[in-house]
Design a protein around this ligand. Structure first.
Ligand SMILES: Nc1ncnc2c1ncn2[C@@H]1O[C@H](COP(=O)(O)OP(=O)(O)OP(=O)(O)O)[C@@H](O)[C@H]1O
Ligand SMILES: [Mg+2]
Length: 239
């Protein structure tokens, strides 16, 4: 059998002496939206940071299309097709929306079609087109998230990872972002979504994983996770 598109096996990671992730197995198939849910401090951000090479795993492997990307090499992860939209969005506040988007393309080998991609992102998010020359700091929360996702798309990823899509946003903004994420996914980009709001996560994703204190405790289709009593009780607030 061929390797899954994206595969994490027995991954361990942490901060110095403090181990946060224990034996993580997770896959994303081509064309999938997969969510990762779990409470505060469960290790979601640590997992995304380890995947994108901002942290070095202490054990295990991370592969995209069979190619190993783990090992604290953010450039390798990015050039291998993994884009990370970080928790808190982390835009360059005093740079324009357009320049923030262009930062996402800086690592690309063929710069020729950057303008085309910029146009594509602006079409995806018309609000960004209207605000292209505004400083990123003047955007609303929802627009900032659009800009952060757009910046991720500008690296032409195969896998887009988003840490906390909906945090601090109004329901309408989340709806708009969700619709665009579905379009992005349909254009051939797989998505790994970290999300506190479990209903939003399960509505968007095909499959999901639950992480608890650094270990995966459930892995199933979104439908099954929604029905799972332990998941309902712990994360949805209804048994
Ligand atoms: N820089 C750091 N140094 C030491 N420990 C850290 C550091 N960053 C995070 N941790 C610890 O790692 C664990 C996992 O944190 P992480 O940020 O990955 O959780 P999370 O699931 O993303 O939580 P949240 O939902 O609050 O964003 C926590 O116990 C946290 O205190
Ligand atoms: Mg986090």
């Amino acid at each position: 059998m061929s390797d899954p598109f994206f595969q994490i096996s027995q991954l361990e990671s942490g901060y110095g002496e403090i181990q946060v992730l224990w034996g993580i197995d997770l896959t994303v198939n081509e064309g999938e939206i997969v969510c990762l849910i779990g409470s505060n401090g469960a290790g979601k951000t640590t997992l995304l940071r380890t995947i994108s090479g901002l942290m070095s795993p202490t054990a295990g492997s991370i592969k995209i299309e069979g190619r190993v990307i783990a090992g604290a090499d953010a450039r390798l992860a990015l050039t291998s097709g993994v884009a990370h939209v970080p928790e808190g969005r982390r835009l360059f506040r005093t740079m324009s929306v357009k320049d923030n988007l262009l930062m996402g393309a800086y690592i690309r080998k063929a710069p020729g079609d950057v303008e085309d991609d910029l146009e594509r992102v602006m079409t995806m998010f018309p609000r960004l087109a209207e605000r292209a020359n505004q400083d990123a700091s003047t955007l609303s929360g929802g627009e900032q998230q659009m800009c952060a996702i757009g910046r991720g798309i500008m690296s032409r990823p195969k896998l887009l990872m988003i840490d906390e899509l909906s945090l601090g946003l109004a329901p309408r903004a989340v709806e708009l972002l969700s619709e665009t994420l579905i379009e992005i996914n349909k254009s051939g980009i797989a998505i790994l979504l970290v999300e506190q709001d479990v209903m939003t996560a399960l509505d968007l994703a095909h499959r999901g994983y639950v992480i608890d204190r650094g270990r995966i405790t459930f892995a199933a289709s979104s439908e099954e996770l929604r029905q799972e009593p332990a998941v309902r009780e712990a994360y949805i607030g209804a048994a």
